[in-house]
Design a protein around this ligand. Structure first.
Ligand code: PRX
Length: 687
């Protein structure tokens, strides 16, 4: 895309919020910048009152006695309170007389049939596969599945693994776990068997919920087969999977292990629909979600019930101006396998009693206008997607959205990576018709929900900036000493005090939790730790945040978070690879692409009569995709005779990044290189 670092730095366009009525909202929850500023100041001056008010938007079985106990880095929110997340997303809506309202709208990917047009007989109309689920049905389904899980021995506190396509049963599975007090660990359906093995082992999970397959771009993704493969490996470890619940989605042929495998429909039919929501302590675990860090092993980010739900309920309501009974249809296009799906397909939206839309498949099936067709047919009011998707739509051309009536849209959201101003402008113009505010939401798996974002009725927006902190969030750009930096100076993004949606731990790894997030930065005055997000950022003269990207060994590929070490481990598991170093490189569509520098084993090359050629590059890229999943497939594989290292043996990643980006002049001081010739060799190998 045409954006350069200079053009982003010089971005000066500002878009003012418009009156609520102009967008057919009855009101803005936060109606002006002045109101936002006053509320933000108040939320920091008296956090207990602010967060108690936020928590009071939920239904509690037992009230809390204290809002916060903070023993850094351990926070307990709404101490002594008890509630249930499924109750808040489903049952309470039934009990308040909304049982017949639609809570979940679903569209499958396949166009099941083409029928002759009744008038002309020659015209063909696609038949969409659609389901509308009312809160009453969601209550019954989560209750039945909850009982089925209990019958398999799942107890409060156990972890249930979910590996499913984007179908209503995925949401039902998540909420059924919450209903009975089991924690869910959702694994993105694009991950490979080895990723399932790692996550199931770490969580000591004994039950997996999956499907025979899922539809993606007209093909069938064989989910059950991947689970079978993972279970085979797991059988050789102390973690034994006792039950696999299988939803019939594609009808494809699958292998069956009697005793272990159970059809979803059999399990649910046999179960009673009477399954009260388990009262959970506010600090009881709600879910684990595995995400990449700077080591080879993904970490289980732990979120608890009361604080997380309070935070996503608040942020969903404010950032998207959610209002129940106002004809809103909220569509977040993220997969439930990522945190965005947890917080803004399910918990944040459903706890606000606004219908959430779930689409199973790809944006280009059967044609490149599928998303806009969905927006128009379902009358979507708020749309939430990723910059990488927006850049792809730009490439496909303006005529695809132009063919559809997008006039129901009111707020557009983006998440996952910095959005380049050109993509922001395209989204604003071609999807939002120039009238919809764009909310660029900055957050992480660890933060639970939005921590820096515009509020659509209050915040003037600047393309490329995630603007100002969420209410209650004390965000800052600091230096290594924890001192806040003056405007326009790059530094580290930090959150200076606890918030309810913050992670409570890394599952089973206290050390990693403390070291990764709470050891790098502290308050220079008090010595209290700040939350370290591992992102670089700057604030401009208006206090607006501009996120510059990760400062650790994590790369953001199409808004998906990957650890460079994970990809390196996958590469060295190939018998021909001696050593590998992976760095990010600029990529027009993905934002960041993956570039792998690889040294090969001469003995292996010789024994197998192979040469370092294109075929081997392709083989290595495919090997990574098989080990981790297609999202981790390197965009470029480059062979090197040796990797550039410092005298202490550390790979010089910054140098490799420069080489990968094709930067001509190597800016780095290379005098500490072990082998100067490698620089020249790498450069000679440039594609
Ligand atoms: O680098 C930031 C980037 O995504 C990282 C978090 O990734 P993950 O935990 O997978 O969560 C993604 C969805 C919340 C952050 O550390 N990131 C996320 N949103 C933005 C962003 N970078 C810039 N602008 C954003 N709006």
């Amino acid at each position: 895309m045409a954006d350069t670092i200079e053009s982003v730095l010089n971005e000066s366009r500002v878009f003012q919020p418009v009156p609520a009525a102009q967008l057919r909202f009855s009101h803005w929850h936060v109606p002006s910048l002045d109101v936002y500023k006053a509320l933000h100041a108040k939320s920091l001056a008296d956090p207990d009152t602010f967060w108690a008010d936020a928590a009071n938007h939920l239904a509690w079985f037992k009230p809390w006695s204290r809002v916060l106990d903070w023993n850094p880095p351990d926070a307990q929110w709404f101490v002594g309170g008890s509630l249930n997340a499924c109750y808040n997303c489903v049952d309470r809506h039934v009990e308040s007389g909304h049982g017949e309202d639609v809570g979940l709208i679903w569209e499958g990917e396949p166009l099941s049939r083409r029928t002759a047009h009744p008038a002309t007989g020659s015209h063909y109309a696609p038949m969409h596969e659609l389901r509308w689920l009312r809160y009453r049905e969601l209550q019954q389904q989560t209750a039945r599945l909850g009982n089925a899980l209990k019958a398999m021995g799942v107890k409060k506190g156990d972890v249930v693994t979910i590996y499913m396509p984007m179908v209503p049963e995925l949401v039902i599975a998540v909420l059924a776990c919450a209903r009975i007090g089991a924690a869910h660990s959702v694994i993105f359906g694009g991950f490979a068997p080895q990723a399932i093995v790692e996550r199931v082992t770490d969580a000591k999970s004994r039950v997996i919920i999956t499907a025979d397959g899922g539809f993606r771009r007209g093909e069938i993704v064989e989910l059950k087969k991947n689970v079978d493969e993972a279970c085979e490996t797991l059988a050789t470890t102390p973690t034994k999977v006792t039950n696999v619940i299988v939803l019939q989605r594609t009808g494809s042929r699958i292998d069956w292990r009697p005793g272990r495998d159970v059809w979803w429909h059999d399990a649910v039919e046999a179960a009673s629909a009477d399954c009260p929501c388990e009262p959970m302590d506010s600090e009881d675990m709600l879910f684990l979600l595995y995400t990449s860090g700077s080591t080879g092993k993904p970490k289980g980010i732990l979120h608890t019930t009361g604080g997380y739900l309070t935070f996503v309920n608040l942020t969903a309501r404010l950032t998207f101006n959610l209002i129940p009974d106002a004809g809103q249809v909220f569509w977040c296009t993220a997969d439930v396998g990522w945190v965005t799906g947890h917080s803004y397909v399910i918990y944040g939206v459903m706890s606000n009693r606004v219908p959430t839309l779930l689409y199973e498949g790809a944006p280009n099936f059967p044609a490149n206008d599928r998303f806009w067709d969905i927006v128009a047919r379902h009358r979507v009011t708020q749309l939430y997607t990723a910059p990488t998707a927006i850049r792809t739509f730009m490439k496909w051309g303006d005529d695809h959205p132009a063919k559809h009536n997008l006039s129901t849209l009111r707020v557009l959201g983006t998440v996952g990576e910095p959005i380049n101003p050109e993509a922001w402008m395209w989204y604003h113009t071609h999807i939002g018709g120039g009238r919809c505010p764009v909310v660029d939401t900055y957050w992480q798996t660890e933060t639970g929900g939005h921590v820096v974002t515009p509020l659509p009725g209050a915040t003037p927006t600047k393309p490329g900036s995630c603007t100002l902190p969420m209410l209650g969030i004390d965000a800052a750009v600091v230096n290594e000493q924890g001192e806040e930096l003056p405007p326009n100076q790059g530094g580290l993004f930090a959150i200076r005090r606890p918030w309810p949606g913050m992670l409570r731990g890394v599952f089973g790894d206290r050390d990693r939790f403390v070291k990764t997030y709470w050891s790098r930065l502290k308050d220079p005055a008090t010595g209290q730790p700040f939350y370290f997000a591992a992102d670089g950022a700057r604030r401009d003269q208006d206090g607006y945040f501009w996120v510059m990207g990760r400062v650790d060994d994590v790369i953001n590929v199409s808004g998906h978070r990957l650890g460079t070490m994970e990809v390196e481990s996958a590469l060295v598991s190939h018998p021909g690879v001696a050593e590998a170093a992976v760095v990010g490189m600029p990529h027009d569509l993905k934002g960041t692409g993956i570039c792998a520098f690889v040294t090969l084993k001469p003995a292996w090359l010789k024994a197998n009569a192979r040469t370092p050629d294109d075929a081997l590059k392709k083989e290595l890229a495919a090997h990574v995709a098989k080990e981790i999943g297609p999202i981790a497939r390197p965009d470029s594989v480059r062979f090197a005779e040796g990797l550039p290292k410092t005298r202490s043996g550390k790979i010089m990643r910054r140098l490799l990044r420069d080489v990968a980006a094709g930067v001509e002049k190597i800016t780095q001081d290379t005098t500490t290189l072990e082998d100067f010739s490698v620089v020249a060799k790498l450069r000679a190998d440039e594609e």
